[in-house]
Design a binder for this molecule. Sequence first.
Ligand SMILES: Cc1ncc(C[n+]2csc(CCOP(=O)(O)OP(=O)(O)O)c2C)c(N)n1
Length: 645
Amino acid sequence: MTAPAAPLHPRLLDAIHGPADVKALAVAQLPQLAEEIRAELIAVTAKNGGHIGPNLGVVELTIALHRAFTTPEDQFVFDVAHQGYVHKLLTGRGGDFFRKLRQTGGASGFLYRSESPHDAFGAGHAGTALSAALGMATARDLRGSREHVVAVCGDAAFTCGITLEALNNVVSSTKRLIVILNDNEWSIAKNVGAISSYLNRISTNPIYNKVHHDVEAFFKSFPTGVEMNRVYTKWKRETKDFFVESSLFEKFGLRYLGPVDGHDLDALHKNLEFAKHCDVPVLIHVLTKKGKGLEAAVEHPEKFHGASPFDPVSGESRKTVVGAPPNYQDVFGEALVRFARADPHILGITGAMPSGTGLAHLATAVPKQFFDVGIAEEHAVLFAAGLATKGFRPVCAIYSTFLQRAYDQIIHDVALQNLPVTFCMDRAGLSPNDGPTHHGLFDLAYLRCVPNATIMQPKDEDELVDMLHTSLQLPGPGFIRYPRGAGTGVKIKAQPVALPIGQAEVLREGSHIMIWALGSMVPDALKLAERLALEENISVGVVNARFVKPLDRALLLSHAACIPLLVTMEDHVVAGGFGSAVLEALHESDCSVAVERLGWPDKFVEHGSSLDILRAAYGLSPDALCSRVVARWRILSAERIAADV
Ligand SMILES: Cc1ncc(C[n+]2csc(CCOP(=O)(O)OP(=O)(O)O)c2C)c(N)n1
């Protein structure tokens, strides 16, 4: 048998098994490595989807980081961590593991301490890197060790309150921290706010670029190292008026370097080597091009921030199915446009997610009633509270997982003052390819205990519109949760109806088991009921709960009085969720009917290829649910027969 022929041009990337291999390459080989990484990123994300734009922008930066520092001894903390694919490829996670990116058994789309010792800190939510890195740098100082800690933050991370809180604490916490400001001018959409304008002014101002050229010239005269640092400090002192006063970051006590071309490996190398020897915290302002290397991604940075599978040549999405039901986000966005056109008091607020939440429809149609406040969920909710005090009807469209960040504002500012703010929580339930940082599995548990809250989940997109309409008439806060992706395809009524608050809907009668299903679980409940009737001869009814708070207690108690088994179904953790609300209501009425709660377990659910695969892994596939209900029913029947005897 003959051995397979070696490829004509073996890839450098295939010989990279860890950071030492990156360091061993000659400088002249690095552009080829960068090119190969880009090709790999495009090939894998074109198939699996993923954060292609951000990663194409940080190829040279990540190579330069791994040449200048040595992980895992030195530590990189990537903000959001959606731009960590290149880091994965350079830290032994290439090959098949990377090709299964965001799939079951493959690399996660974010960074996890459990995935690799090179992932110093996990993330998926924005704005955490600087605080975490500062904690790590301070711990290092307390321990007396010397490793480097590098925070890599996007420009939009500086729209987050936490980043600014951390910035305020840098100099009082450590003398040695390196912050990379990866400025590509984009959040998911175009970055917003005063800091973004400020960064733009720095990047385009010829004075700053002059400084940059002077720094370049300066670097040419000195080798890297302590001597360079000493001379630089002197030079900087002498040019103080010109340079030091020029940067906002200098006012926070960080030495500002830049702007640096983030695709120039040599410039990156010099700045990183210089920063390593600084005895004050340093911020290197790096300018990168989001999507570099893929024309479609450069032209459409928002679409390619996080793309679904696409054609690598044309950039066309592969997922578009003609005639598919609309996504919940679009139904919400279009309904809000209709309502906002009819009532100028209705406003839409997003924390940097106009397209993901569907608020882009409002931004286009009624721009005066649309606000993008940056990645600032706490501010978004408080801002809405303020607007509500003046008679406006703000709608905060924030993914379930990101609303976690605004919990105090929900309680302290909105609910306590019973202000009429509507919260539209998209991505409630599982976000399979993204994983635990993005699953919206906790919102019911964290909202159910908040007084004045009305909490709903629609069974389909038409009911979503009714719920939005209903919430916009509430005297206090309304929360509507709905899942990622396509609706059920039902027709949307021309005129929405206001739902009676706290009233559930019986969809199917039954005498043995009643399934109380919430929102996206209603279709599954109907199928389960049908199957139990056909295969097991059990009479099963289904209730569309609609409201988690207030619950339809009257209906619940009437079922509890005559039906032996109640089953609850929810796309949420069982702990503290909808089923728990049912149990509490029954307990408060001294009602001891059997209840089987079906939902996600008390575990962080990993990423996976699909919802079905993850459901199967956690005993929530249709077969597993059916077996569970049947088993419970049989035990109950046996007990009842024994009791009768
Ligand atoms: C708390 C929170 N809100 C919203 C998001 C959604 N999100 C993911 S990345 C991103 C933009 C990040 O922009 P930037 O930090 O500039 O990095 P870039 O993608 O441009 O490299 C947003 C809004 C998030 N991850 N976390």
